[in-house]
Design a protein around this ligand. Sequence first.
Ligand SMILES: Cc1ncc(COP(=O)(O)O)c(C=O)c1O
Length: 241
Amino acid sequence: MAALIVEPVMGTGGILVPPPDYFDAITDICKRHDVLLILDEVITGFGRTGRWFGMEHWSIRPDLVSLAKGLSSGYLPLSASVLSDPVYETLRDGMPEGLPFMFGLTSNNHPACCAAALANLDIVENEDLVENARRVGAYLLERLQKSFGDSPIVGEIRGVGMLAAMEIVRDRETREPFPNLADPAWIAHTAFDRGLIVRALFQCIAFAPPLVATTADIDRMIGILEELWPEAERRGDGPRR
Ligand SMILES: Cc1ncc(COP(=O)(O)O)c(C=O)c1O
């Protein structure tokens, strides 16, 4: 039996948001070839994309789902795997008579971590943080577009909810990346020194503000980037390192 593992929005690859018909197409291929669809919601789960789960943006029906980070917001380590009924029943029916369901992960079930997750999920729900992620995330994207959309070193600006990325390019037309990754890394290091955490992901810089972030927090983030941007553009003009 084969399986395909995908993230609803690829995180480390540079916050890649698939087009609307992408998951219909791969679900169709998986069904036709009897391939299980495993959805990795480790980054996208629990509100990060402005919906409770990334899969809701595309109505994906996965066979298995992996969950972690947002489950406890990282306060204590916890992960979970969710199985569809047919997968669960297949595993259960394959067990020798009399044994309990054998399924274990290193970071599941610890009572203190589960208590932290329940408390975390209460906060996410009661403070409407999924809706906050949708609303403030849309504002982040708008502000990035407004402040950096015309910069000669910026290619695509993309995102969903509290996940966004800007491509740092050598040529806006062709979106040719810089020949090395020093420039996104320079931006990330310089931003860090000024109090802003962004991540250099290959030729992108990526943003994942906390779900509680406000539009004022986003303005502050953008302000820090605007301050360092002239220098980032000058570096882009110089001879390639
Ligand atoms: C999308 C995604 N999947 C899986 C993992 C790995 O999760 P774990 O460290 O819980 O195995 C990560 C870790 O950052 C991740 O970002």
